[in-house]
Design a protein around this ligand. Structure first.
Ligand SMILES: NC(=O)c1ccc[n+]([C@@H]2O[C@H](COP(=O)([O-])OP(=O)(O)OC[C@H]3O[C@@H](n4cnc5c(N)ncnc54)[C@H](O)[C@@H]3O)[C@@H](O)[C@H]2O)c1
Length: 390
């Protein structure tokens, strides 16, 4: 049995450098740094400063076949995720891919098929799944304590970004470089949690407003309306243009309501099922007798390091994955459907027409303007990675 996992990092940029520091400083039990890869030589220089003597590559396929690594962590711009992850699986490696899985459901499908065929471990960096408050919210919903779901509303507008941020990398906020805006870059964490807690909708209608607050060609403000199989509805609002912004998830069910905000979950639990009272009560407007359960965890959970540790443990000891890679397709289905709805000005039923989506995305990608980011500091070396901002 393998005793230790040698990790190769593809893309040592903003988040990749944080992952590099985490591994190189020995924070993950059972994992060591095997090699790094970046097409930008200044990032290789940086990696060598952090991890002197580390093997470095400018072509990931060379790293994959070098024999120096057992697993790959892929932290390059999203349109490259599936292609690079597929070649890592073909080289017999385990894969942890950054979110989103890629930019289209069809690409995620290809990656899921390659992962399945390889029988290797496949995880995705949905680090917010480790946050105790979201774990608790999920437990309350999945246990049935909230009853049947009626509605969920997530206002996630505290992903504020300036024009400077959008100008800080030539791939950012372009159809060709990034494949989308706030729904593809910032909101995947929340879209994933939304489906993780409330399940997948059946129909999506959306407004995705392009360049509403910034000089960019993709959306920086989006409102998604969802309808679920049981008739429940959902609203998801994301923006990078609001300050200070809000992070509030409210879910109502037949047995009460649940609000996640300010780092705590507040469950107002009815002692009965509202549907039964509605049918049987002789009062017109009965009081809503309920208990209030407040769940306020101390920490934010193990975050990125927790997902990497879990990935390592899955390889070494078959530990169940917190965030299986194949589940990356779910939030991408919601964001792709939101684009399709916005582009075609219509409601989109799931599963949607992937060929139509790919064609309309390609049109935007070929008309995309590549930005000139000369003279702009492209990479920030993250001194800390935050998990959830409430
Ligand atoms: N989970 C999180 O909290 C989190 C946070 C930030 C970013 N991300 C995700 O990580 C990915 C990278 O984002 P970032 O902000 O670090 O971007 P970045 O631009 O700072 O870094 C990307 C790096 O990839 C390198 N690169 C590009 N093409 C490559 C290739 N073919 N082979 C090797 N290296 C290549 C670039 O030179 C760069 O150093 C994105 O998909 C983003 O959504 C996740």
């Amino acid at each position: 049995m393998m005793k230790s996992v040698r990790l190769g990092i593809v893309g040592v940029g903003g988040i990749g450098s944080a992952h590099l520091n985490c591994i190189a400083s020995g924070k993950i039990d059972g994992m060591s740094l095997g090699a790094v890869c970046d097409i930008d030589s200044s990032r290789i220089d940086y990696a060598k400063k952090v991890a002197p003597g580390v093997s470095a590559f400018d072509d990931c396929s060379e790293m994959f076949k070098s024999g120096k690594i057992d697993a790959a962590l892929i932290s390059v711009p999203h349109p490259l995720h599936a292609e690079i992850a597929v070649s890592a699986f073909e080289a017999g490696l385990h894969v942890l891919v950054e979110k989103p899985e890629d930019i289209s459901v069809s690409a995620a499908r290809r990656l899921n098929a390659a992962a399945e065929a390889s029988k290797k471990v496949f995880a995705i960096m949905f680090n917010q799944r480790t946050n105790p408050v979201f774990k608790q919210a999920r437990e309350i919903v999945l246990s049935g304590r909230l009853g049947e779901l009626k509605r969920s509303v997530w206002i996630i507008t505290n992903w504020y970004r300036t024009q400077h941020y959008y100008d800080s990398g030539s791939w950012r906020a372009t159809w060709s470089g990034e494949g989308g805006g706030v729904l593809l870059n910032q909101a995947p964490h929340n879209l994933d949690l939304w489906q993780w807690i409330c399940g997948m909708p059946e129909e999506i209608t959306a407004f995705c407003d392009v360049g509403k607050y910034h000089r960019i060609e993709v959306e920086d403000d989006a409102t998604i309306f969802a309808r679920y199989k049981n008739g429940a509805t959902g609203v998801f609002i994301a923006s990078t243009g609001e300050l200070p912004g809000t992070n509030r998830l409210e879910i109502s069910g037949t047995r009460g309501s649940l609000v996640v905000e300010q780092g705590r979950a507040v469950f107002r639990r009815l002692g009965f099922d509202e549907r039964e009272i509605c049918r049987s009560s002789s009062e017109s407007c009965p009081s809503s007798d309920h208990e209030t359960e407040v769940y306020q965890p101390k920490g934010q959970g193990s975050a990125h390091a927790g997902i990497i540790q879990n990935f390592c443990n899955a390889i070494l000891y078959n530990e169940p994955l917190i965030s299986p890679g194949a589940e990356g397709i779910n939030e991408l289905t919601i964001s792709n459907a939101a684009y399709l709805s916005s582009w075609t000005n219509s409601a989109v039923r799931l599963p949607f027409d992937e060929e139509l989506f790919d064609r309309l995305l390609d049109e935007r990608r070929s008309a995309s303007t590549v930005k000139n980011a000369d003279g702009i500091q492209t990479h920030r070396d993250y001194s800390e990675r935050w998990q959830v901002r409430f």
